[in-house]
Design a protein around this ligand. Structure first.
Ligand SMILES: Cc1cc2nc3c(=O)[nH]c(=O)nc-3n(C[C@H](O)[C@H](O)[C@H](O)COP(=O)(O)O)c2cc1C
Length: 336
């Protein structure tokens, strides 16, 4: 377990911009994925996969907190509902250098519901407020909440306002709203990301009724044009699946959404910058697939894209020269 240390002073906590963020996604937004996404955008706020307080406090703490310095701005997402455990976990996050700690009130899986983690907490606004207060008392980095617009049986707008108002009263000023309800019985987590209809109008109403709060829109956003349009209403946008399946979208974020005039990185340049990282991982005894599974999405929308994906998802398991294969896959990206 990592020691609980004083807050770092070499990088004073400041609010990271949440204008554009990549969503927390279990099994997807691990440290390798985040290292790669950071090459594509310097400004996107990146979230870790959810880590439960139990895993963080009683498991391999160092492994759960591990990240590369280049990944900043970086937020750790926590799952839990015990205020003292969340406070201790937030302290660890701050000591490890994270820029924000986020509480998951949106995940609908059975496994997490049974432990009172995720979307089920939308039915317990005061408990979420107590959690947020305990976390805020423990750290100086921002504490934010990611939630749904409701859960089955508790899906009225008044109940949503009660949730947000109660959590706001505990000091939370930034809410990321996955703009659909979660059905806690009968739908799998995957179905819960597709079947309940998206209600951007409800998220927009929330922004109107709580103008002092930062409201970030999440759910179903696929293009930077859509991001631009939503930014007329919301303080930020968070992309999940599209950022993963089509990561090259991030290469336009700094220019289109943050006004940067730095030249846009090419796919080939991004892959080339991954090479030393892959090499170091192989030297540490890791497998190339741990990393290259996250870059497959670079292979979309050009001749040779399919071959690129096949090399890095199928051929990779048969080769004894993984770096050579990476180089040959990289040749397919030349000029792109
Ligand atoms: C594979 C996968 C894993 C996810 N894991 C988490 C998670 O750990 N924490 C969380 O708050 N949401 C999780 N989500 C939900 C996303 O953060 C996001 O809210 C959802 O996918 C909707 O955004 P999108 O339509 O842009 O994908 C996950 C989604 C996917 C696809």
């Amino acid at each position: 377990m990592l020691p609980i240390t004083e807050p770092r002073t070499d990088r004073l906590p400041s609010e990271p911009s949440r204008r554009f963020s990549v969503a927390p996604m279990m099994d997807w937004t691990d440290r390798h994925c985040r290292f790669f996404l950071r090459l594509l955008s310097k400004n996107a706020l990146l979230y870790t996969e959810m880590v439960t307080t139990g895993a963080l406090l009683h498991g391999d703490t160092e492994r759960f907190l591990r990240h590369d310095e280049t990944e900043h701005p970086l937020a750790l997402q926590l799952g839990g509902s015990n205020p003292a455990d969340l406070a201790a976990s937030a302290r660890l996050a701050q000591a490890a250098g994270y820029d924000e700690v986020n509480l998951n009130v949106g995940c609908p899986s059975d496994r997490v519901q049974n432990n009172m983690i995720g979307a089920v907490l939308m039915g317990h606004p005061q408990l979420v407020a107590d959690c947020v207060k305990a976390m805020r008392d423990a750290v100086t980095i921002p504490v934010t909440v990611k939630h749904r617009i409701g859960i089955n049986g508790r899906d009225s707008y008044e109940q949503l306002c009660e949730f947000v108002g109660t959590v706001r009263d505990a000091g939370c000023t930034s809410f990321t709203v996955h703009a659909r309800i979660a059905i806690l019985e009968g739908l799998s987590p995957k179905e819960n990301r597709d079947i309940p209809p998206l209600r951007y109008d409800i998220a927009a109403q929330l922004k109107q009724d709580f103008p002092e709060l930062e409201i970030i829109l999440n759910g179903g956003i696929k293009t930077l044009e859509q991001c631009q349009a939503h930014l007329n209403t919301f303080d930020g946008v968070m992309l999940g699946r599209e950022a993963y399946h089509n990561p090259y979208l991030l290469a336009g974020v700094d220019r289109e959404l943050f006004g940067s005039d730095a030249p846009q990185i090419t796919r080939a340049e991004a892959l080339a910058l991954m090479r030393p990282y892959v090499e170091a991982h192989l030297r540490d005894g890791g497998s190339m697939h741990h990393i290259t599974r996250h870059v497959l999405g670079l292979g979309t929308g050009f001749p040779g894209a399919r071959k690129f994906r096949q090399m890095l998802s199928v051929d990779i398991h048969k080769t004894d020269d993984p770096l050579g294969l990476l180089d040959r896959a990289g040749e397919l990206l030349e000029g792109r």
